[in-house]
Ligand binder design. Structure first.
Ligand code: 5GP
Length: 215
């Protein structure tokens, strides 16, 4: 497992110069990036913050959990019933799926292939169970996002004010397990200062582009 350091951050801005013009198509097939890490670590914000590198999409997962305040169906998640979820499962529409903190989550297969074939990269922001399913099936680059500390993670989950005490306890128990598997990912990033974590993730994606295809 590699982790970020100062030289990575320095190189990140240099490598940005070699990126093609925004919106211009990259050659070859895109890369699938798995971004995993405990709930509340800030994966969503981190992924949204790197979108300005262009030629990259974030997969919109299906979930049976209820929308939180401000979440939009089809943007944050596809919010579906357990029956609908099971129907999609029966039709083998999911690339991966998992029961996470008591709700079902799954990545639809079709959209992924379409984006990768077009030459763009794709991000899956999924839990570790889903990450390991995908890693077994497909070529991908996996990144684990760590909190600066367990205490900081708990504070963030509380501040989000989106879950009951019972759910927070469950999310924290699951976080310990997820963090114990961080070493099985290709890269790890500590999300202490968002700006640094954004540079780290951009660097991983840009380096992969420079290595795997001519831009
Ligand atoms: P939340 O309910 O906080 O949005 O997400 C809970 C957890 O489910 C997070 O760790 C998130 O990364 C994960 N998750 C979101 N979408 C998917 C998915 O499609 N598949 C899997 N396996 N996990 C997902």
């Amino acid at each position: 497992m590699k982790s970020s350091d100062d030289s990575i951050l320095e190189n990140s801005s240099k490598n940005s110069d070699t990126l093609p013009e925004k919106g211009k198509k990259l050659e070859g097939k895109g890369t699938l990036f798995i971004i995993s890490g405990p709930s509340g670590v800030g994966k969503g914000t981190l992924c949204k913050s790197i979108m300005d590198i262009g030629n990259i999409s974030i997969s919109v997962s299906c979930t049976t959990r209820s929308p939180r305040e401000g979440e939009v169906d089809g943007v944050d998640y596809r919010f579906i019933s357990v029956d609908e979820f099971n129907k999609k499962l029966d039709q083998s529409l999911f690339l991966e799926h998992a029961l996470v903190h008591g709700d079902m989550y799954g990545t639809l297969r079709g959209e992924i292939d379409m984006v990768l074939e077009s030459g763009d990269d794709m991000i899956l922001e999924i839990d570790v169970q889903g990450a390991f399913q995908v890693k077994r099936m497909m070529d991908c680059v996996s990144v684990f996002v760590l909190p600066p500390s367990i205490e900081a993670l708990e504070e963030r989950i509380h501040k989000r004010n989106a879950d009951s005490e019972e759910k927070i306890e469950l999310r924290m128990r699951n976080a310990q397990y997820e963090i114990s598997r961080a070493g099985e990912f290709d890269f790890s990033i500590v999300n202490d200062l968002l700006d640094n974590a954004v540079l780290d993730l951009k660097k991983i994606i840009i380096d992969n582009r420079n290595l795997s295809r001519r831009v």
